[in-house]
Design a protein around this ligand. Structure first.
Ligand SMILES: NC(=O)c1ccc[n+]([C@@H]2O[C@H](COP(=O)([O-])OP(=O)(O)OC[C@H]3O[C@@H](n4cnc5c(N)ncnc54)[C@H](OP(=O)(O)O)[C@@H]3O)[C@@H](O)[C@H]2O)c1
Length: 284
């Protein structure tokens, strides 16, 4: 682990809630532009200050929506922590710079807080890491990380010059997909890499689950809030649920106050047991 990178990032984590917001389908007409902007601004007001996006999402439309929302966010309020991602096909030395600049402009910011390699492609990791390190040295990004990397990918990254400056691995993790708990999550924890959980609501499939709903009723919360509270339960994992609805964002924010009891955790464990062997990384 590169102690400096990990420590700087750890101090960021203390300044932001572990619950952020995703944006894969935002800005693409599922709801009106204004309704989705309002969902993002509602989340910011509730302290969901980590916003995840990518050049891939709607070919830049998601970044453009976020940029538009940020123009309405008061400068004196806590500023969001922006995460964007470069596609593997743009992961060459020059490609990273071009993709970054386009994302930066759509977001309308000088600096992107965290820039991730979306998944591993054919460009050698050493070349991508060199490009990310250069952006960091120039102050254009604050941190960099990866996404959809399994343990063997992380081990290979650790052998590349500068690879240990990686601070995040963003992977699929939710109550019904726990494979990372066996090996990848402990590896990341041991090496100072924060795990950011995508699809924490199972891409929407968990929002009506009877067990989660029943537990939610005990707390006056929704099944979605229970699913999110479960992902956040260790305090070590950051979750980025997506919603284009201000009401749903309010529901989700409840997860920050929701502490699941040991009996409730046991019920969940019984229904979706922890992995007992290494499973391939789930990817959406
Ligand atoms: N790195 C990667 O490869 C990768 C892959 C996938 C996703 N991601 C990131 O992770 C984010 C989250 O993942 P995801 O969008 O796939 O899935 P998700 O967050 O698990 O689920 C999103 C779905 O749940 C619905 N929803 C959210 N809150 C709700 C609530 N309180 N009540 C009812 N429905 C609710 C949303 O619809 P409504 O809009 O109607 O609320 C949406 O359809 C993405 O947006 C993206 O930023 C990254």
């Amino acid at each position: 682990m590169n102690t400096n990178s990990a420590q700087t990032f750890a101090s960021f984590l203390q300044a932001h809630a572990n619950l952020g917001m995703g944006s894969w389908n935002l800005g693409q007409g599922r709801r009106s532009w204004e309704a989705e902007k309002s969902a993002l601004l509602t989340g910011l007001q509730l302290g969901l200050t980590v916003i995840d996006t990518a050049e891939m999402y709607g070919d830049g439309l998601s970044e453009a929506l976020i940029g538009d929302a940020l123009r309405d966010w008061p400068a004196l309020e806590r500023q969001p922590f922006l995460v964007s991602k470069v596609l593997p096909m743009n992961a060459s030395r020059q490609g990273v710079k071009r993709a970054f600049e386009a994302s930066r402009q759509r977001l309308g910011v000088d600096c992107i807080d965290l820039y991730l390699l979306h998944w591993r492609g054919n460009t050698p990791l050493a070349e991508t890491v060199a490009a990310l390190e250069e952006l960091k040295a120039q102050g254009q990004i604050r941190h960099w990380g990866v996404s959809n990397f399994d343990t063997d990918d992380m081990q290979q990254l650790w052998q590349v010059p500068g690879g240990r400056n990686c601070v995040v691995n963003q992977v699929l993790y939710n109550v019904s997909s726990r494979g990372i708990e066996y090996e990848l999550l402990p590896w990341c924890t041991q090496h100072g890499v924060t795990v950011m959980a995508y699809c924490p609501l199972g891409h929407g499939e968990l929002i009506d689950h009877p067990l989660l709903r029943e537990i939610g009723e005990r707390h006056g919360a929704t099944a979605a809030a229970v699913a999110l509270a479960w992902v956040l339960r260790s305090g070590q994992v950051l979750a980025i649920p997506e919603s284009g609805s201000a009401d749903h964002v309010r529901d989700n924010a409840r997860a920050l106050q929701l502490k699941l009891g040991s009996e409730e955790l046991a019920l969940i464990e019984q229904y979706w047991p922890a992995p007992r062997f290494k499973e391939p990384l789930d990817i959406l």
